[in-house]
Design a protein around this ligand. Structure first.
Ligand SMILES: Nc1nc2c(c(=O)[nH]1)N[C@H]1C(S)=C(S)[C@@H](COP(=O)(O)OP(=O)(O)OC[C@H]3O[C@@H](n4cnc5c(=O)[nH]c(N)nc54)[C@H](O)[C@@H]3O)O[C@H]1N2
Ligand SMILES: Nc1nc2c(c(=O)[nH]1)N[C@H]1C(S)=C(S)[C@@H](COP(=O)(O)OP(=O)(O)OC[C@H]3O[C@@H](n4cnc5c(=O)[nH]c(N)nc54)[C@H](O)[C@@H]3O)O[C@H]1N2
Ligand code: SF4
Ligand SMILES: [Mo]
Length: 684
């Protein structure tokens, strides 16, 4: 496939910005009075938007926007001036750092914030002396990134959205892009299917993506490893492995082959809960294609064995030579509009801007020479490790654009943890469930009010432009963080404008070194930098992996995931998303348009499982795990497989995450939102 050049600047459009919701990164403009229109952008070339993008203006004018700082007095949040709020924060952080050291603070950055805001926040944290900075990428693709980095040297999408049209087969595992990345699905996946590509969908639940699929494997939640390994065994036995690729580009094949040789395909299919014939057919669709691309999401990443899940998928791609060529690869679909960027700019506890490890002395020195101070050398703690230490070794938290009281697992414990802090600062647009527990709440800015850059799922950096000012009394996020930096660490973290921060970012981050704010214009610039003769880096790992090696090891996954359904009374709860709502729902629940379109939160249950429990369609049910109980309305549907139940986490008041335990994947510290043994019974 011909490589497309980055589109030239399409002429000055002073209002063109990027959608504040998902990682696809559609271009849009705020038209005033709560209305938004799509703009012809690098991704949505005809200006298409999904319903969330179309409704993105509504949050800007919502009557509940925070417009005054709040501080806690005698147990109540009361309005305060900006200087009172900043004084309170400065004093409290100063006290905590003096008494307990800088690691007693937790800094949570925002995957919904710009690169410049997140760059500033992580730099500020490091200037105070801690690497305790993380963001909700930890809850999302931490396991994917860990598994990809260990093989390929970088965790990002190996290919691009444009490149999908070169695939003969698309393997979508644990993702539902028709609902969660809708414009990417319509604009990139569906055209590939119309051109004749085959779609294999692995998901315990039939959904909008499944409607387009040729093969659907309704895997039992948590059992992707036996399924993916059995697919590999089928491919290998059929002689469809790519021997030449494996000889040139992989190591440790013998161990992997030994594992494959011992696999009983029927038994694995049984364990995974799928038909052996369907498994074989899906395997041949992937293994028999010359170019097959895998797209992956939360169904694979959010497990106690999330990293192992992705390892199994990487093995499959290496076995079939589906890495480093157009129309192939492993492509994590990223979550928020800037979750890729938040990591790129260093809002992670173990990495400096550009993915450089904090433990690398040369990287620390290079970054430190620009910053004027050296970043600390010991990796910080991850988001959930920090929460677990609240009230103990961690005394204060600064939460920028996240709502962890709703979105972290084991909500009851999380709530107690947040309440045990000496200082909780929340910078948000609304009085979220988390903000209600804060000591200081700072009213920030919505997307239409801010300028800067964001990095989408396929490594494209695009610019946001402010077309209006924050409501009177609120402030731009970048301005808030600059003032905070001035007060806490003085000049070393001060920037006049987001452009200045971006320029410094290009100086410290190898990923962004070739970029320029002006040249991005209304187009994009992608990382990594193109080498000679290339115009754009659509395909990573073509000759060498990003880590510099020519060969990547097979890492056989021998551990079998636990089976939860030993007790016939038990079902496995898996959670996820709907088209019209976004994460904790803070923004989408307020939209009249989305509420009109969107469904309520139901518990999807298979008719056979419902029958066995005397549960009628629409009936109120109690869902209980070892952690607690909640009530939901049942929806009897064959869309969900037997033995599993599904609901979303968008409705904060339901507190679904009360049911989910706090155990983490040992390699990536990601929680298991996709696998909770529960009992379901008619509500009293
Ligand atoms: N409309 C909308 N779009 C969004 C978001 C949103 O909230 N709403 N959030 C954004 C964010 S932050 C993210 S991270 C992305 C997430 O995007 P996705 O990864 O697509 O999101 P999920 O719905 O969490 O999970 C995807 C699918 O995994 C399936 N699944 C559950 N358990 C398993 C399992 O054990 N194995 C397999 N193979 N599949 C399983 C679920 O049935 C679900 O259909 O979406 C982004 N886009
Ligand atoms: N059960 C279950 N739980 C899950 C998941 C799951 O699949 N199942 N998925 C997990 C995943 S993948 C993720 S990413 C997390 C998401 O977890 P969170 O990031 O905590 O969820 P959001 O609702 O996206 O919260 C974003 C907050 O930022 C605010 N905000 C948005 N834009 C701006 C801005 O420009 N400035 C400021 N100051 N604030 C802003 C919003 O108002 C909102 O309160 O949830 C995780 N939790
Ligand atoms: S697909 Fe994603 S980026 Fe595009 S309009 Fe919808 S939510 Fe926004
Ligand atoms: Mo996410």
């Amino acid at each position: 496939m011909a490589k497309r050049a980055p589109p030239a600047d399409r002429g000055v459009n002073p209002r063109q910005s990027v959608c504040p919701y998902c990682g696809v990164g559609c271009s849009l403009a705020y038209e005033g009075e709560g209305s938004t229109t799509g703009r012809e952008g690098p991704i949505n070339e005809a200006g298409q938007l999904c319903p969330k993008g179309a409704a993105a203006g509504e949050m800007v004018t919502d009557v509940d926007r925070l417009i005054r700082p709040l501080v806690r007095e005698s147990g109540y949040l009361v309005t305060a001036s900006w200087s009172e709020a900043f004084d309170r924060i400065e004093q409290a952080i100063g006290d905590i750092v003096e008494a307990e050291g800088p690691d007693a603070m937790a800094w949570l950055a925002s995957a919904s914030g710009t690169n410049e805001e997140n760059y500033l926040l992580q730099k500020l944290a490091r200037a105070t002396g801690t690497n305790n900075v993380d963001n909700c990428a930890r809850l999302c693709h931490a396991s994917t990134v860990t598994a990809l980095e260990e093989r390929f040297g970088t965790g990002a999408m190996t290919n691009t959205l444009d490149d999908l049209e070169a695939a003969e087969t698309l393997l979508i595992v644990g993702a539902n892009p028709a609902d969660q990345h809708p414009v990417a699905f319509r604009h990139y996946v569906q055209p590939a299917l119309r051109e004749g590509a085959t779609l294999v969908h692995i998901d315990p639940r039939a959904n909008a993506t499944t409607e387009a699929a040729d093969h659907h494997l309704p895997v039992r939640p948590g059992q992707d490893i036996p399924l993916l390994n059995a697919m590999a065994a089928v491919i290998d036995r059929a002689g469809e492995a790519d021997e030449r690729f494996m000889a040139e580009r992989t190591t440790d094949l013998e161990r992997y082959r030994a594992q494959l040789g011992a696999i009983d395909v029927e038994a694995s299919a049984d364990r995974a809960g799928v038909e052996p014939a369907a498994l074989r057919a899906a395997a041949m669709a992937y293994g028999g294609a010359d170019r097959a691309a895998a797209l992956t999401g939360m169904g694979l990443s959010q497990h106690h064995h999330g990293t192992d899940n992705v390892r199994a998928l990487v093995n499959l791609a290496l076995l079939t030579g589906n890495v480093g060529r157009p129309g192939t690869g492993i492509n994590p679909l990223r979550g928020q509009n800037n979750v890729q960027g938040a990591g790129d700019v260093g809002a992670l506890p173990a990495t400096l801007p550009g993915g450089q490890p904090v433990t690398d002395a040369a990287a620390r020195e290079a970054v430190g020479s620009v910053w004027g101070f050296a970043p600390p050398a010991t990796p910080g703690r991850t988001q959930l490790e920090l929460t677990a230490r609240f009230g103990d070794e961690v005394r204060g938290a600064y939460v920028f654009g996240e709502n962890p009281l709703v979105t972290e697992p084991d909500s009851q414990t999380v709530r107690e943890a947040f309440d045990s802090l000496e200082l909780l600062v929340v910078q948000d647009l609304f009085l979220t469930e988390t903000a209600e527990h804060a000591d200081v709440v700072l009213p920030g800015s919505a997307w239409a009010e801010k300028a800067g850059t964001v990095t989408n799922t396929d490594r494209r950096v695009m610019r946001m432009r402010a077309s209006t000012t924050p409501p009177r009394g609120a402030r731009r996020d970048f301005t808030i963080l600059t003032e905070l930096a001035r007060r806490l660490v003085g000049k070393s973290c001060m920037f006049e404008t987001p452009r200045d921060a971006f320029e410094e970012l290009t100086a410290v981050s190898p990923r962004y070194r070739h970029m320029s704010y002006d040249e991005i214009g209304t187009g994009y610039q992608r990382w990594p930098a193109p080498s000679d003769g290339e115009t754009d880096t659509q395909v990573l790992h073509a000759h060498r992996y990003a880590g510099g090696d020519r060969q990547a090891p097979f890492v056989p996954v021998e551990r079998q995931p636990e089976m939860a359904t030993l007790d016939p009374e038990e079902l496995v709860l898996t959670t996820g998303r709907t088209l019209e709502q976004f994460n904790s729902g803070t923004l989408t629940r307020r939209s009249a348009l989305l509420t009109q379109l969107g469904s309520d939160q139901h518990l999807q249950i298979h008719p056979t499982d419902a029958e066995a429990r005397d549960i009628a369609d629409g009936q109120s049910v109690t869902v209980s795990s070892d952690q607690g109980s909640i009530r939901l309305r049942a929806e009897r549907t064959r869309a969900i497989r037997e033995g599993a139940v599904f609901c979303t986490f968008h409705r904060a008041e339901t507190v679904v995450n009360r049911l989910i335990d706090g155990r983490l994947d040992p390699d990536a510290q990601i929680p298991a939102y996709k696998h909770t043994p529960v009992t379901v019974s008619p509500a009293e």
